[in-house]
Design a protein around this ligand. Structure first.
Ligand SMILES: [Zn+2]
Length: 593
């Protein structure tokens, strides 16, 4: 299967191991050093082709230090430049000396004020989807799995954390700085090679789990993630043994653009899930689930991205059900469906973008990071479960992970497995599943299950009472969960008076909410209805965190009116330096419109 987002020609020569030796220079904002690549070359192969973008290639040598001829191809704005190297005499080893650009898209260099602690700089990498090539010259395709080792030199007080086994957890002092060594023996897609450097402390929360965070955040983080070990147990009950050794969570500085990134052995997570009451930990269940769907069995190309995210969103919900019961899982499922329906509405003029197997040729694969891959994907998996019953489905799912462990799969290969091991010639079942419609058509197929939640029914009752004139303080909101509040806010109509909004805010203190999901849902309404008393809360939220899922809808909403446009531009100008390149790439076209 060829990957339209990589220049590599793996059938000729493919990279199997990456050995990094890099120094982090915070003054120049570059990583500098060498990478030793191990190859498997076909007998007639004469070249090895790597992916690069913005890298400064200094020399390319063979194992004995002899120079190898190399050439950089013309730059493509999305793909970068192919680096073509003559196959070395031993046909296995290439050593590249290089440095990254200060503008490398995968690397975010934070000044001390952009961190939680405010005293030390911070660096983190984000490889998914095709950004690893901006800091490592390798074959940057999810279908080309590689093991890796790393030796990372950082300035003395800082600590390096990677998505690998830490061989020197506290570092070793050297003349050049503090040296950290890592090794990952399991082959992974290169987008999962990840690095963070900063004033990072660690606390164990279970026999194989722990939390990394800046020291000022560590207590809150360790408390929020106290259930990690139970979560791993619940995930193993569904997916089989956890195969990566440890599972730690690194709480990132506020500018981290994603909710979480499922880097092996250590999930990178946004601090916006530190709600203080463990109410937003489904995000950790999601990242943990990727230890099976995504990291163990990986989408072979970005067209198959739904295999990573659809399965993981489904798996996440099963973990939440096991830990917190059917009610909580049903609420989360319901919220996912609401988000999906909203996305389908917003994509009504773009049917091709509603398709699970989305054609991304010539496009940035980041375009596929939408609720289609996540929630439509999960709805598809749930539909399969409902059609065959949970016991039979679970046996198939467990087998699917075992059969394809440490490999990368296309959608066609997934289908072949489903037909061989679950459908097994049952033509009536095959027809009932509507597989082609799910995978290749826009919209939502007619056999999609509709989730039901009693807890949400009670919320809807209170929304109706409020709209009928009952005062906000008289509503029955006893013991509502974060999900119920999200549903409440999502259920409010497009027209509310300023008096009604003020009444809600006074009764429930939404503008002051420490729960990022609830605050986000509230601010969206406030912007839509131009409720100016919430403006300072909006500005605080937009300038204190950089999670794209929150930023994009809020800026979009602001840009709908002349009043909002002025606010959006003013706030964006101040906040943009704090945001990650992944976020500004999405937001620049929105805010400049
Ligand atoms: Zn995910």
């Amino acid at each position: 299967m060829s990957d339209p987002h990589s220049y590599a020609r793996p059938r000729e020569s493919r990279v199997t191991d990456v050995a990094l030796d890099l120094r982090a220079d915070f003054t120049r904002r570059v990583l500098e050093g060498r990478v030793k690549l191990t190859l498997v070359a076909a007998p007639d192969a004469r070249e090895v082709v790597l992916d690069t973008r913005g890298l400064d290639i200094v020399t390319v040598e063979d194992a004995g230090g002899g120079r190898l001829a190399f050439a950089l191809g013309p730059p493509d704005p999305v793909l970068g430049r192919a680096l073509t190297i003559a196959v070395p005499p031993d046909r296995t080893t290439i050593v590249i000396a290089y440095r990254t650009s200060p503008l490398a898209e995968a690397l975010q260099w934070l000044a001390p004020p952009q961190t939680a602690g405010g005293l030390h700089p911070y660096l983190f990498s984000q490889g998914q989807a095709i950004l690893t090539r901006t800091w490592i010259p390798t074959q940057d395709s999810p279908g080309i799995r590689q093991t890796y080792t790393a030796r990372i030199v950082v300035p003395a007080p800082l600590r390096a954390v990677m998505s690998a086994e830490a061989l020197t957890p506290d570092g070793v002092e050297a003349a050049s700085g503090r040296v950290f060594e890592f090794r990952l023996a399991e082959p992974i897609p290169p987008y999962l090679i990840a690095l963070a450097v900063g004033d990072i402390a660690f606390r164990s929360v279970g026999p194989r789990s722990g939390v990394y965070a800046e020291p000022t955040v560590l207590d809150r983080a360790a408390d929020e993630f106290a259930d990690l070990e139970q979560m791993i147990d619940a995930a193993e009950a569904l997916g089989g043994p956890y195969r990566w050794g440890r599972y730690d969570v690194l709480v990132m500085p506020p500018s981290f653009p994603f909710g979480g990134m499922e880097n092996p052995r250590v999930t990178f997570a946004t601090p916006t899930i530190l709600a203080g009451d463990r109410s937003l930990t489904s995000l950790i269940a999601h990242e943990l689930a990727h230890s099976w769907s995504g990291n163990l069995v990986t989408n072979a190309t970005w067209r198959d991205f739904w295999l990573n995210e659809g399965f993981t969103t489904y798996f996440e919900n099963r973990i939440m059900e096991q830990l917190y019961g059917r009610d909580r899982a049903a609420m989360l499922e319901h919220l996912g469906r609401t988000e999906l329906l909203e996305e389908l509405r917003s994509l009504r003029d773009k049917p091709a973008d509603q398709v699970l197997c989305m054609d991304l040729t010539g496009r940035n694969p980041d375009d596929a990071v939408t609720p289609i891959a996540y929630d439509k994907g999960a709805a598809f998996v749930r539909t399969i479960e409902a059609a065959v019953g949970r016991p039979r489905f679970d046996v198939w799912l467990r087998g699917y992970f075992d059969r394809h462990a440490f490999t990368s799969l296309t959608t066609a290969e997934f289908l072949a497995d489903l037909r061989a091991h679950l459908i097994a010639g049952d033509t009536e079942l095959e027809a009932r599943l509507q597989l082609a419609e799910w995978l290749e058509q826009p919209g939502l197929p007619s056999n999609a299950a509709v989730p039901a939640s009693d807890a949400f029914t009670r919320v809807t009752t209170e929304v109706v009472r409020f709209l009928a004139g009952h005062q906000a303080p008289s509503l029955d909101t006893t013991a509502w969960t974060s999900q119920q509040w999200q549903h409440f806010l999502g259920g409010l109509p497009g027209r509310l008076s300023a008096v009604q909004l003020a009444e809600l805010d006074a009764a429930f203190r939404f503008s002051e909410s420490g729960n990022s999901e609830v605050l986000f849902a509230w601010l969206r309404i406030a912007v839509r209805l131009r409720y100016t008393p919430a403006l300072s809360a909006l500005e605080r939220f937009l300038t204190s965190q950089g999670r794209r899922k929150f930023l994009k809808p809020l800026y979009e909403e602001l840009m709908r009116t002349e009043w909002g446009k002025a606010e959006a531009k003013r706030i964006y100008e101040a906040a943009r330096p704090m945001y990650h390149a992944v976020a500004t790439a999405t937001l620049d076209p929105i805010v400049s419109a």
